[in-house]
Design a protein around this ligand. Structure first.
Ligand code: SF4
Ligand code: SF4
Ligand code: SF4
Length: 254
């Protein structure tokens, strides 16, 4: 596409994976219906899941996964040094994600349980933001593909980046769902940032909080309501720990 006969320079994007299941990258790679429009704005120069090209001249780095080995720290710092904008994508990158559960046990016990006597390099799980400066976080396990695309297009065009601040309950109520708390489930929807379309409660499963805290989340009130419904504090805290997205609040509790 040309404007006034001049071919505009595309923004170069690199997608990088660290410790995770690569589900967030798959979300981007699978987006055939909007992929061509998306790529008309961008040039993807480094994305292991879709291309063997390994360009190092990217402007925006999308980083998936948490950091769980020393060599990952060095690689992440190199990516940060190159990128003008670094975006953490997915709950692993933003919060540590499910990988962070291993931090609750002695590292040597985890290694023994999972790998037996095999030598394996692994360390405590860190968020991407624990290692380098992060310009933006797009949470979710996995991320919402349309949300990532909308945010990247907003960054490229200088438009305001919109990510919901209100809780999952808003989207859940818009879908006229029966509240799963009334069905005896623990649900973190009242304190979790919306944007997923309340997919878990719509499927009759309580929200696990993969998108992290909503603005002005009222933890005390949720704790009170869930405990009044018969759930133990330990069970609620276990749910809050699942993605490590509420670690700040759990620190305040202890
Ligand atoms: S956030 Fe979820 S989908 Fe994305 S890499 Fe981590 S575990 Fe996989
Ligand atoms: S099911 Fe969960 S997200 Fe839906 S209204 Fe109830 S508490 Fe909120
Ligand atoms: S309902 Fe909760 S756990 Fe499920 S996708 Fe949405 S934010 Fe994540």
């Amino acid at each position: 596409m040309k404007y006034l006969g001049i071919k505009p320079q595309k923004i170069r994007v690199g997608v990088f994976d660290f410790t995770g299941c690569e589900g967030c990258q798959l979300q981007l790679a699978n987006k055939e219906d909007s992929l061509l429009d998306f790529l008309s704005l961008l040039e993807v120069v480094n994305f292991r899941e879709v291309s063997s090209h390994r360009g190092q001249d990217y402007d925006i780095a999308l980083v998936e996964g948490s950091i769980s080995r020393d060599d990952e720290i060095e690689r992440l710092k190199d990516i940060r040094a190159q990128a003008k904008v670094l975006v953490a994508i997915g709950s692993c990158a933003c919060f540590g994600g499910v990988n962070n559960l291993k931090n609750h046990y002695p590292l040597k016990d985890v290694v023994k349980e999972v790998y037996g006597d095999r030598h394996i390099e692994t360390s405590e799980v860190k968020r991407v933001g624990d290692v380098v400066k992060v310009d933006m976080q797009i949470p979710g396990c996995p991320v919402s593909k349309s949300e990532v695309e909308n945010i990247i297009v907003s960054i490229v065009t200088g438009a305001e980046v919109k990510i919901p601040k209100y809780p999952v309950c808003v989207e859940c109520k818009q879908k006229l769902n029966t509240c799963v708390v009334d069905l005896g489930e623990i649900c973190l929807g009242p304190i979790t940032r919306a944007g997923c379309g309340a997919v878990c409660p719509t499927g009759k499963v309580g929200c696990l909080g993969c998108r992290g805290p909503a603005e002005d989340a009222n933890y005390d009130s949720l704790m009170e309501i869930l405990q009044a419904k018969g759930h133990s504090k330990a069970a609620i805290e276990e749910r809050l720990r699942f993605f490590n997205a509420f670690s700040g609040e759990l620190k305040n509790e202890s």
